[in-house]
Design a protein around this ligand. Structure first.
Ligand SMILES: NC(=O)c1ccc[n+]([C@@H]2O[C@H](COP(=O)([O-])OP(=O)(O)OC[C@H]3O[C@@H](n4cnc5c(N)ncnc54)[C@H](OP(=O)(O)O)[C@@H]3O)[C@@H](O)[C@H]2O)c1
Length: 199
C-alpha cells in the first residue's frame, strides 16, 4: 500500500508506476497514510525526514506491533557541504521509536539514492547497514535488503548505532557533491547477510 497524506497523490503515484513498470508493480494499491500504516506488518516510513517523527506519532496506534523501517536522515546544506541534523534522541530513527513506542523500528537504506530505487529493472550496487533493537526485526529487514538484486545487508547492531549511519549520509552527500559523483557505501573485508540464491 502506497501511503500519502492525500489519497489522490498516492493514486497518481500508483498510476505512474503502473504505466512504467506494469506487472512488476501490479500488487501496489493506493491509500492514505492511515491505511498504509495499518495494512502491512512491515511499514517503510519514507516521508521527508522533517515529517518522519510527527508521522510516526500520528500513526503510533496502527504501528504498534509492526516492524517499521525508518529510512530518513536529517541533513542541512551549508555552503558546499551537507551536515547532519540529529535530534535530542541521538538519531531520527530513535526519535521515531520514541514517537511510536509500540513499533519495532529499524534504521536502514539511508545511503541508497532514490534514483537507484526507481530503476526496478537494474540491480542496486551498495551496502545497507541495518540497526534495530529487536533481533527479529533486524533479521527481517536484512532479508528485505538482500531480496533486492546486488544490494548487500549488514547487521549494525541496536538502534543506538543508527546515529552513525544517519550522520554518515551527510558525509556521503558532501563527498558526492565535492567529487561530482554518485558514490555509494561499500564495506570491504566482510561478507554481507546471505541472500537466497547468493547463499
Ligand atoms: N532521496 C534520496 O536519495 C534518499 C536516500 C536515502 C534516504 N532518503 C530518506 O528517505 C526519505 C524520503 O526521501 P525522498 O527524497 O523520497 O523524499 P520526498 O520525495 O521529498 O518526500 C517523500 C514524501 O513525504 C511526504 N511528505 C512531505 N512533507 C511531509 C510532512 N511534513 N509530513 C509527512 N509527510 C510529508 C510527501 O508525500 P505526501 O505529500 O503524498 O504525503 C512526499 O511525497 C527521507 O526521509 C530521506 O531522508 C532519501
Amino acid at each position: 500500500v502506497v501511503g500519502s497524506r492525500e489519497r489522490a497523490r498516492a493514486e497518481a503515484v500508483v498510476e505512474d508506476l503502473g504505466a512504467k513498470w506494469g506487472d512488476k508493480v501490479a500488487r501496489l494499491r493506493a491509500g492514505t497514510n492511515d491505511e498504509a500504516a495499518a495494512a502491512a506488518d512491515l511499514v517503510v516510513l519514507a516521508t521527508t525526514w522533517e515529517g518522519a517523527v510527527d508521522t510516526a506519532r500520528a500513526h503510533a496506534d496502527a504501528l504498534t506491533g509492526q516492524d517499521v523501517v525508518a529510512m530518513g536522515n536529517g541533513v542541512e546544506k551549508v555552503d558546499r557541504e551537507f551536515r547532519p541534523v540529529l535530534p535530542a534522541e541521538g538519531s531520527l530513527s530513535a526519535a521515531v521509536q520514541r514517537a511510536a513506542p509500540g513499533a519495532r523500528v529499524a534504521a536502514a537504506f539511508q545511503h541508497v539514492p532514490a534514483q537507484a530505487f526507481a530503476k526496478l529493472d537494474e540491480p542496486i550496487e551498495g551496502d545497507v547497514v541495518v540497526c534495530a533493537d529487536s533481533n527479529g526485526t533486524r533479521l527481517r529487514v536484512l532479508e528485505l535488503v538482500v531480496s533486492i538484486p546486488n544490494l548487500r545487508g549488514f547487521d549494525g547492531g541496536s538502534l543506538a548505532n543508527a546515529l552513525g549511519i544517519e550522520a554518515f549520509a551527510a558525509v556521503l552527500l558532501s563527498i558526492n557533491l565535492r567529487h561530482k559523483g554518485t558514490g555509494a557505501l561499500r564495506l570491504l573485508g566482510v561478507e554481507g547477510h546471505p541472500a537466497e540464491g547468493r547463499r
